[in-house]
Design a protein around this ligand. Sequence first.
Ligand code: C2E
Ligand code: CA
Ligand code: CA
Length: 897
Amino acid sequence: MTQKILLIEDNPISRKMVRITLEAEGYRVFEAADGMTGTALMAEEKPDLVLQDLLLPDINGFDLVWQLRELSHDEKIPILALTGLMGKADAVRVSDAPFTDYLFKPVEPSQLVRVLRSHLASSQPSQERSGNSRRVLVVDDDPVQLKLIATYLNHLDFAVITATDAIDGLTKARVNRPDAIVSDVLMPGLDGFQLCMKLHEDAALARIPVVLRSNLYEHESDKELAHKVGPFALVPTSPDFHEVIEALSNCLDASPGAIAADPDALRAAHEERVAFQLGRQAKLSAELAQRCAAQSAQLSVLASIGEIFLKGTMSDQKLLKDILARCLDTIGFSCGAIFLIDASGHLALSAHLGFSEDAAKSLATFFGCESMLEDAMKQQEPVALCLSAGFDQALVQSLSDLRGESLLVCPLRFNGEQLGVIVLVSSRTTADADKITFAKAITNEIGEVIALNRSIAKLQYFASYDSLTGLPNRAQLCERLQAIKANGKHAALYLLNLDHFQEINNTLGFQNGNQLLRLVARRLKEKFHKGAMVARLGADEFAVMPDEATEVRAAGERAQDILRCLEATFHLDGLSVAVRATVGVAIMPEHGDEGETLLSHADMALRAARRTGHDYLIYPTSVEPYSADRLALLGELREAIEQDVFLLHYQPKVSFGTQQCVGVEALLRWPHPRRGWVPPDQFITLAERAGLIHPVTVWVLSRALRQAQLWRNMGMQMGVAINVSARDLQEPGFSELVLHACSSTDTPPGLLTLELTETAIMIDPAKTVTAFQRLSADGIRLSIDDFGTGYSSFTYLQNLPVREIKIDKSFVINLMADSRSEAIVRSIIVLGKNLGLTVVAEGVEDQRTWQRLAELGCDLTQGYHICRPLAPTDLVAALKKSPWVEKTNESVNVQAL
Ligand code: C2E
Ligand code: CA
Ligand code: CA
């Protein structure tokens, strides 16, 4: 069964190193970065062994070990302390703490494994308890080894006495004669052989059997010598001390041998062996030192990768090159390259180091051997490849020019995702195991860093770009403005807001709304390329900052340029959508020399433009800042709606043909106690913006229909028209509401006309069509108000069941003075006739205009010339006096169209 190791260590690098080492040995490792996680895992996972750091963020290691002991299911479970340097105060606690053992960081992997194995073996319950409380003296100068053997022997039920050198051992043996002695061979002062000789010289101790342990290796000559000096055995040390224990049991049951006769010969032989052992020891120590150096190099590379990364993000390229340099330096390889999977899923050369210029040219395809890299990438582990046989000749040739003999190809991944490969070229024929382990540790780290670097780059992108359109965002615009200011340059900022975007979004759906924004972005970008900045600041708000600074005088033209570029309709999901926009302009430094100030001034200009119905406005001339007065008006408007203070005035529509009044248009009036009559142009827009228009329309509808009902009762069969706002059509159930208002006032639907502006129709064509079809099917008349002022194409006239168009009064008023207006009026009349629509001219102020309209074939007319809008009673009085109604006795007789 896989043994479980709980690793409690807050340093991620140490943790990683230990984990990799232990996993390679087949252990299952549970990692905890703090004491709390550690105790939780202790309870949940019931590990076989615990490795615990002494310095943890949340708890002192000496306190934690007690908690772990309490939690552990088995009192024998080895808990090993991992410690760096220990303070004086801690040294005192070391002996009291219930740690099984101490390991000093950095732990050399092979030592770690050894120690772990021995503790795990000793804690296995299956071991026989063969010690029978017999006393064993253990002598070893290495405290780790000493402790380990003592732990083992204790567990086997031996009574253990320990000594750290031979002299100490002899003293202790004299005080408390052991049944057997286990001693190391190589020790400072007296070595193991000399200890044996000393024992033999002492009559009281001469018969104690000795097991000499050589933790280096055994040699025949050593054994011979050992035999001569009389110990029972010279045994190698294996991690579980198997040989030691076996030798110990044997010698305890047998009688000791006699010491050799010739002490001089013995001494000579001894010296020779010691010299040999020392030589061997020195060699091993050198190897160990080398390994330790490699270890610390690994640690330093791991740390430096982290450091490079923390220096701030850089391009993948630069980061990779830095990483590569450190890897090669540490591992001692000559050259290397990193290939990462690009957006199209292919391995692309991302960084290389150490290749000659020539070789680098063929590196993109890895000397034509890309597939080899792809195969290696699919592996979980680094692959070591010797170039001697079976390889593409070109590759072998190219690499041997670089004196490369073998390759180490390491797959790079993060969270299971393949990122690419690192290829390291070595001038040795084989990569040794240490290097592979190293490569594995290092590539995991590199994968993580690359992935992190990418996500950070992405975040940075989002921090300065708008993800929907790819345009720079507000932050970047501000930065640019700051830079312009810093350079003492000038700039003109055009802020632009799409009109009615919300409605478009609601009708055509979010996705189409997004698409429209992308199209607008693209169009602006195309119009203002080179050097100009086009940014998206918010939902439907864009900013344009051309590269050349504009003078205030020329700013208006530029603003018109911007608006013109949006004039052509946009194609969305099979629909043509006309977009209008409003622009606010502010110029640096005239209107502010801080980015934010300029932006806010452009914004004020924009809002002023929207309020006043201008296409664009330039900051200082335009701005009547959002006044307290407007806010007050809005408040009063709400009250007015609640308190029902509105009135309706009615203006007659007269037929050119019959010269008779056929109906009236209801126009809203707001008698304000302080302000007098507030013109509808002012408060209707306000109500629309504040979302208050719908209740107003509902009120107008019912009031107007009731009035018409009263008139019908008086014999005046008059049609009535009411003005409907774009927002009304978006209200669910609007058509039902209208039909219900008709039926509750017994109004024949044909008497009701709804007037809607062209712009309102275009805001939400889909909804308009549905609502119009419904209403028209029930006989209600639909009229396009202010015809000719909209931007829209005429195609909707084909699709919508419209009965009437009203030529906007701006054309009618100018009809006699301006030939262009006349041309427009004439064309509208022709168009209306051809489509079978009733054409109404509003704003007829004089007889000449009336006359001309009659000649042009207009159907109906409305205007001050005929009658101003009037309160109901005044209207009846006026009509009675007018030629527009037939009078029979005292009553008037009006017949609707
Ligand atoms: P509109 O629907 O185009 O209404 C016609 C406007 O022209 C009215 O202005 C009317 O008084 C004015 N007018 C009529 N004859 C003449 C003329 O010969 N010369 C001139 N210069 N003007 C003439 P009013 O009543 O100020 O209304 C302005 C606008 O307010 C209306 O334009 C309409 O868009 C809106 N409005 C008025 N009442 C309502 C309402 O109940 N609901 C909605 N949604 N809008 C309304
Ligand atoms: Ca109207
Ligand atoms: Ca109108």
